[in-house]
Design a protein around this ligand. Structure first.
Ligand SMILES: Cc1cc2nc3c(=O)[nH]c(=O)nc-3n(C[C@H](O)[C@H](O)[C@H](O)COP(=O)(O)OP(=O)(O)OC[C@H]3O[C@@H](n4cnc5c(N)ncnc54)[C@H](O)[C@@H]3O)c2cc1C
Length: 462
């Protein structure tokens, strides 16, 4: 497969892009074939997994993917590397109707193993480590809430193979964060190198005959045709897999809200620092702050750490986020607050990207047989594993297969459009100010913030 040197350096996309075994070069553009069965817009995890499962189910399908940049350029090549067996909104659905949400919960748990199964089967080395996820209690009050959550999950039939409460001594042995009152250990999670997974999947797809047209932005989707910078791509079925970048398509405004998340990575840390920090199983970790943070230990011994950041008025986004961005600096400060001993070590990378939020703050998958157009998106920062499940659901919908997957609550879940500006910006900004104030107060006093703060955040669906 020929590549082109378009003068772009992709290493600033993320630490993950910078640490790929080979530098990323875009594929040389090819003419569109005229007998395409399925066109997919976007070569992130959603688009790549969808192509993967369609090709597995029906190897004769002719599939073309159009990607504005290079495979994995979006959130899929920049994220926190949590392959996490939970999805946004999953527990709300469980609370509302355990019966209909339970298959989704079980399917999300199993998805972590499914990602590993594909990597093993197709020789994709994504630095997999299945240490689960630690949600550390940053206050005594939060510890009480997490313990109660574990008890509630056991009542629903889950066991300590799924969730386990770790008292403070054991939690600190696992991850010695400054504020640590115990931790919930969720077992269905793995740490991965996301760009290796995205690029590995793309390479595998090319081997099995899927054509990926890089440097080919689409401008609109209509039944039977994707309008692109290289002219129309005609296909019987079309999948929109553009998540946070969906506003780039004509007529798709206000469907998905792009939210920034920023990340940093340290230099490789010496073994005595890891003895102090923990993460011996490369567990992924977070704590109870509303301004969510997430971290993991990379295979080469760095701490990669990120946090939710901001929203650009009018649902804009920056192509590449550089280290000098104030959001990146805030993430550095948070990491130093969590592990003060890291003040003696260097941050080598800082980057960021946008993730996509649907109006109901949970993923949605749909395929309309009449128009032949489908989509999957709205993972709200929990898309590494969820994109795999969404792609399998989408594949069953497209191939009209009568499976349990097409009955999951994500399917045909109507997602209203977001409010027009300035309401979107005001809602987000008010939410982030309240969340930040509530967090600061809890971190300072160790006491829970007034319930009104969370009541307002709930109202804002923040
Ligand atoms: C900093 C950060 C940290 C995160 N951490 C985690 C984590 O630890 N765990 C987790 O589960 N999730 C995490 N997420 C979320 C997760 O990465 C996403 O949910 C997931 O990657 C979404 O995949 P996707 O394929 O739907 O979208 P993307 O990966 O964003 O892919 C969309 C693709 O479409 C292309 N595209 C867009 N518009 C067009 C167009 N008009 N024409 C052609 N191509 C187009 C883009 O270039 C891009 O390659 C994080 C996200 C970010 C940004």
């Amino acid at each position: 497969m020929k590549t082109v040197d378009n003068g772009d350096d992709y290493t600033p996309v993320s630490f993950w892009f910078d640490s790929l075994p080979e530098p990323v070069r875009p594929l040389e553009p090819q003419d569109f074939a005229d007998d395409i069965d399925v066109a997919i817009v976007g070569a992130g995890f959603t688009g790549l997994w969808t192509a993967y499962y369609l090709k597995q189910a029906q190897p004769e399908l002719r599939i073309a993917v159009v990607e504005a940049e290079v495979a994995g350029f979006g959130a899929s090549g920049r994220n926190g590397g949590w392959c996490f067996g939970e999805s946004a909104g999953m527990y709300d659905l469980l609370e509302k109707d355990a019966g209909s949400a339970m298959p989704l919960v079980r399917a999300m748990f199993d998805t972590v193993d499914e990602v590993k199964r594909v990597c093993d089967a197709d020789g994709i080395d994504c630095h997999w480590a299945r240490g689960g996820t630690l949600s550390v209690a940053h206050t005594a009050h939060h510890a009480g809430k997490l313990e109660a959550e574990v008890a509630a999950m056991y009542e629903l039939g889950f066991t300590d193979a799924d969730y386990q409460w770790l008292p403070e001594i054991e939690a600190r042995r696992r991850v010695n964060t400054r504020l640590n009152h115990g931790a919930l250990h969720f077992k269905h999670g793995a740490a991965i190198h996301p760009a290796r997974l995205a690029r590995g999947l793309a390479a595998h797809l090319r081997d099995v005959g899927v054509v990926i047209h890089e440097l080919t932005p689409a401008s609109a989707i209509a039944p039977g045709v994707v309008e692109t910078s290289r002219g129309p791509l005609r296909a019987r079925k079309i999948v929109r897999a553009t998540e946070a970048y969906t506003e780039s398509l004509r007529g798709q405004q206000r469907r998905i809200l792009p939210l920034y998340s920023m990340m940093v990575a340290t230099e490789p840390l010496p073994e005595h620092v890891w003895e102090e920090i923990g993460l011996a199983q490369r567990e992924t970790f977070t704590d109870g702050r509303r301004m969510i943070f997430y971290g993991l230990r990379t295979q080469d011994g760095r701490l990669a750490f990120g946090g939710r950041s901001g929203y650009d008025y009018g649902s804009g986004w920056t192509r590449l986020v550089t280290r000098d961005h104030p959001g990146v600096k805030r993430v550095e400060d948070t990491l130093l607050d969590v592990f003060p001993l890291l003040a003696d070590y260097r941050f080598t990378h800082g980057w960021g990207g946008v993730l996509g939020v649907s109006r109901r703050w949970r993923p949605a998958v749909s395929f309309d047989q009449a128009t032949g157009i489908g989509s999957a998106d709205g993972y709200v920062g929990d898309g590494v594993a969820a994109t795999n499940l969404a792609a399998r659901v989408l594949c069953d919908l497209m191939l009209e297969r009568d499976t349990e997957l097409i009955t999951l609550p994500w399917v045909d879940d109507p997602q209203p459009r977001w409010e027009p500006e300035p309401l979107r910006w005001l809602g987000y900004t008010a939410g982030s100010l309240i969340a930040d104030m509530a967090d600061r107060r809890e971190l300072r006093t160790g006491k829970p913030a007034p319930p009104i703060a969370d009541a307002i955040l709930d109202r804002l669906a923040w």
